[in-house]
Design a protein around this ligand. Structure first.
Ligand code: ADP
Length: 552
């Protein structure tokens, strides 16, 4: 702004100064002409006096004047001219001559045909009627003006320089208060009255901007809270498919930080065929679906372009558990069918043999016993499956009451005494009252399954010790001196249908679901399950329940 004001001022000063200089030059020249004319008039008076009583032509011919001197007869004929001997044309129509003939004196500034330049003439009528004319070239007057010119130029330059300094100083003074206005607090500025309306406008605008910023910030925080809390990955793409927004869930899914991702194109961040296909479909149809596999997880991709403007929104949802759940259900169904088919095939086979009379009378009893054993196995299996599926659904209908774990464990041991005797395994029980918040039937099944396994996977002459203690919390411990579980199998034994030695499990009537039921029953009671086992030495399984608290 300062520069523009300076340039404007300097241009005006220059224009005024040049105009003034030109006018002054014209005035000086006109004054010089006046002076020259005055001189010529004086000179013509002096010459006239000298000529009095003498022969004018011969007197003039003595040549004592530097000016051009002419003597013109009253009829206009040129009697003498100091600048030429050539005869000259009649001068009666020359303006200065005509005036002098009429009024006694005449002057003119005009082009001289004789001198071929502008000249100044002063003509005086002599007493004898002849006209004495004295002339000088007009450049003499111009020379006087030119003599003044350097002073004028000097004056002009001085004026311009002084003006620049002055204008600079003035502009600085004018602009300084404007430049020092604190735009955040314009109301504090000390400025001229003329600027006050502008200051007020800035102040109002500032307040408006602050309000806008606050509401924008509030919306940004709201949006971020929403996006940060989402389990789904959210990605907003710009016009060139560059990432303009992505939430922490999307960062975790793509394995990239926000700083790394923002501004980069999605393809650059993830080059997987799923992403390429989704982007391709998005471009052609405006909407797309896909499935992205990354680091062992499966994500469903949903993409939609934004209506009315370039860009798109991408949602990623983790489908890993859903897929794993589905796979688990499929495996479970296959396992159940397989497990049921074996006893059913056996029953069907035995019944067919009996039906066709192919069994001897003496063996029939054995066949009936076999059919009974297989159908009992089937029944146990079906009961276990039903129990597990109830547990899968949160054991709906199960109670949460005060149950004495000691009583349930003791009852389970009592039920198992016979099978322990058959296996020649000693079963010890020791316990104390241990109240647990839970379901009595489920706690009994948990105990029974653990004691059953401890007997089944024991050795002849081995022992099982069942203990219920209630120190800091109720704890059930089932320890056996059986075959033990190798470390590589330990993490899997709680899975459905997992059996280390299939034939042994089947021989002993195992379904492969016992420890699964134990795991779910422990989860139902929020109990912690731990297993310590050494092959050939035995297994100890501990279930630690949360301390019982009377319901408020
Ligand atoms: P099963 O019906 O076959 O007993 P479980 O789910 O109860 O099924 O147990 C899974 C597998 O864990 C068993 O097949 C067995 O190999 C092993 N197992 C369970 N308890 C014991 C134990 N106390 N000692 C040794 N192995 C055991």
């Amino acid at each position: 702004m300062k520069k523009r004001i300076l340039i404007g001022f300097i241009a005006i000063i220059l224009a005024f100064s040049i105009t003034a200089a030109l006018l002054s030059a014209a005035v000086v020249q006109s004054v010089a002409r006046e002076q020259l004319l005055e001189q010529l008039t004086l000179e013509s008076g002096q010459i006239a006096r000298r000529l009095a009583g003498k022969d004018p032509v011969s007197t003039l011919q003595q040549g004592w004047s530097t000016s051009r001197v002419s003597l013109i007869a009253p009829d206009g004929g040129v009697l003498y001219d100091s600048w030429t001997d050539q005869p000259l044309e009649n001068h009666v129509d020359r303006p200065e001559i005509a005036l002098a003939l009429q009024e006694g004196f005449g002057s003119a500034v005009r082009y001289s045909d004789t001198a071929k330049s502008m000249a100044i003439y002063a003509a005086t009528r002599l007493p004898d009627g002849t006209i004495l004319r004295v002339a000088a070239p007009e450049r003499v007057a111009r020379g006087i003006a030119q003599g003044v010119a350097p002073y004028m130029v000097f004056g002009l330059v001085l004026i311009v320089i002084l003006s620049i300094f002055f204008v600079n100083f003035l502009v600085d003074k004018l602009v300084k208060p404007l430049l020092t206005i604190d735009l955040d607090h314009p109301e504090d500025a000390v400025v001229y009255d003329e600027v006050l309306p502008l200051i007020r406008r800035i102040d109002q605008q500032n307040k408006h901007n602050r309000q806008q910023l606050l509401s924008l910030e509030a919306r940004r925080v709201e949006l971020n809270t929403l996006l940060d809390g989402m389990h789904e990955g959210f990605i907003a793409l710009g016009e060139k498919e560059e990432i303009i927004l992505l939430n922490p869930a999307a960062c975790a899914m793509l394995g990239i930080s926000q700083q790394e991702a923002l501004g980069r194109s999605l393809v650059e961040v993830n080059r997987s065929p799923a992403i390429l296909a989704v982007l391709e479909a998005l471009r052609s149809q405006g909407t797309a679906r896909g499935e992205l596999e990354k680091d062992g997880r499966v994500y469903q991709l949903l993409a939609n372009s934004i209506a009315g403007r370039p860009g798109a929104i991408l949602l990623l949802s983790d489908q890993t558990y859903k897929m794993a759940g589905e796979a688990m259900r499929k495996r479970f169904t296959a396992n159940v069918s397989h497990e049921l088919r074996t006893p059913l095939t056996n029953i069907s086979g035995y019944a067919e043999l009996l039906d066709k009379g192919m069994v001897q009378e003496g063996d029939k009893g054995n066949f009936y016993a076999l059919i009974h054993r297989e159908s009992s196995r089937m029944l146990t299996l079906i009961e276990d499956i039903l129990r597990l599926s109830r547990l899968d659904e949160g054991y709906a209908g199960g109670s949460r009451a005060k149950v004495n774990l000691h009583e349930q464990a003791r009852a389970a041991c009592q039920t198992m005494e016979l099978s322990a005797d058959e296996k020649e395994v000693t079963l010890h029980y020791e316990g104390e009252d241990a109240p647990v918040l839970g379901d009595a039937t489920l706690l009994y099944e948990l105990c029974a399954n653990l004691v059953d396994n401890a007997i089944k996977y024991n050795v002849t002459g081995g022992s099982v010790t069942v203990r219920v203690s209630n120190g800091a919390q109720p704890v059930l411990t089932v320890a056996d001196t059986g075959i033990g579980i190798a470390p590589e199998h330990q993490p899997q034994v709680f899975e459905r249908f997992y059996r280390i030695d299939k034939s042994r499990s089947k021989q002993t009537g195992g379904t492969g679901l016992g420890l699964s039921i134990v795991k779910h029953a422990a989860e139902y009671h929020r109990a912690r399950l731990s297993l310590h086992s050494q092959p050939g030495k035995g297994t100890t399984i501990t279930v630690a329940f949360p301390p019982y608290r009377e319901p408020a």
